[in-house]
Write a protein that binds this ligand. Structure first.
Ligand code: PMV
Length: 388
């Protein structure tokens, strides 16, 4: 029996991937850039065990067994890893041995965060450790076929997913732009918003956008290429002002395309829009960009903010979005935030105050590293079966 356990991070796109040019291979219509978040606060954890005695492949997701279908993305990732293992001559584990896989997220799926990216990245990385395959560009093409954005979670720091031009997708790979210690004071506040609406799944939303939106063509041809160059420069030179503006504009354009899709896809809600207004008001009062929002296919906000500005930004958030839970232990999660000594609170005096309890909780985290193998005592499987 062979077993490995790994963790893999969540990544949040600064320039969004939205729209595929090939459904099955998951080839995007445009390049995207993301920042990887620290696994200390948010991660997927996966154990893969291979044994000669297992009769079938089995998988447990957050404790529940899920079907391992022949046609699934899961099976596709496994086939691809087997192909790479054979190609690299790795003989550690015979590819005929069946696998038992258990995977968990250390954050509630209800948080609506990119759990599939971390999940598929963790699966593919764990399989690569099991079969002794190196982490390289080709491995990112495997993660990409699980969930597009998963390819970016194979690296830490700042990562670009290149759309590629080839029909077989072999050049649609993720590459690291800068490691996590390049900009270590880049922090994130995730505002988890209360919302129960059913939203269009990203696969369907993208298909409809490519089919019906006219704006998406303009985005792909005229907007993204230049933004990619400028965001890479902003990251290289630690230019938070340029970083913030590109990030916010790109989030807004992604949601404009969702609305330009017919019938429209609505991912942000009223609270999301209030967060946008708040961030613009706040930045204006501070005299420069201190915070940058981005929203994925849901209402939660990710605010990028430099570490030194986190306490002040949080005190402004608490003022504008008051919460009955604010003093409780589970409202503020993640890295601790020192209280501000009210240095510039007069600047916040006339900010509009929103109705109470708009958020479920707030997570404070920062830029982080890529996937990692853990020691055997972290295993989620004992003799091939999940821990109870
Ligand atoms: O990889 P998917 O299918 O979960 O799509 C992710 C899409 C966005 O999160 C909205 C943007 C992105 O680039 O991550």
């Amino acid at each position: 029996m062979f077993s490995v356990t790994c963790v893999a991070p969540v990544n949040i796109a600064l320039i969004k991937y939205w729209g595929k040019r090939h459904e099955e291979l998951i080839l995007p219509v445009n390049d995207s850039i993301s920042m990887t978040l620290s696994t200390d606060e948010l991660c997927a954890k996966t154990t893969v065990t291979a044994s000669e005695s297992f009769e079938t492949n089995r998988m447990w997701l957050n404790g529940e067994e899920v079907p391992f279908e022949e046609s699934s993305r899961l099976q596709r990732c496994l086939n691809e890893v087997h192909r790479l293992a054979v190609a690299s001559g790795s003989q550690k584990v015979p590819p005929t041995w069946k696998l038992h896989i258990a995977s968990v997220n250390n954050f509630p799926t209800a948080a609506g965060l990119a759990s599939s990216a971390a999940g598929y990245a963790c699966l593919v990385y764990s399989l690569s450790r099991l079969y002794d395959i190196p982490l390289n560009e080709e491995l990112t093409t495997v993660a990409r076929q699980g969930s597009g954005s998963a390819c970016r979670s194979l690296y830490g720091g700042f990562v670009q997913w290149h759309r590629g031009a080839l029909d077989d997708g072999s050049d649609s790979v993720a590459r690291q732009i800068a490691p996590s210690d390049h900009w270590p004071n880049m922090h994130v506040l995730i505002l988890v918003v209360n919302d129960a609406r059913k939203k269009t799944a990203s696969t369907r939303g993208m298909q409809q956008a490519v089919k019906t939106s006219q704006l998406i063509k303009h985005r792909v041809d005229q907007v993204v290429p230049d933004r990619i160059i400028r965001l890479r420069e902003a990251i290289a030179s630690h230019d938070f002002q340029a970083f913030a503006e590109i990030t916010m504009k790109d989030s807004n354009q992604f949601h404009a395309i969702a609305l330009d899709t017919y019938p429209p896809c609505v991912y942000m809600n009223d609270v999301s829009h209030s967060i946008v207004s708040f961030v613009h008001d706040y930045n204006e009062r501070m005299g420069s960009y201190h915070a940058a929002y981005t929203f994925d296919a849901g209402p939660n906000a990710c605010l990028y903010v430099l570490a030194e500005h986190v306490p002040h930004l949080l005190s402004a958030i608490q003022k504008v979005f008051p919460n009955d839970l604010a003093d409780g232990g589970t409202y503020l999660r993640g890295l601790p935030i020192p209280k501000v000594q009210d240095a510039e609170s007069s600047k916040l005096d006339s900010l509009d105050v929103h109705a109470k309890n708009a958020f479920r909780y707030i997570i404070h985290t920062k830029v982080g590293e890529g996937p990692k193998e853990l020691s055997a005592d972290n295993s989620l499987l004992i003799n091939g079966l999940p821990l109870k």
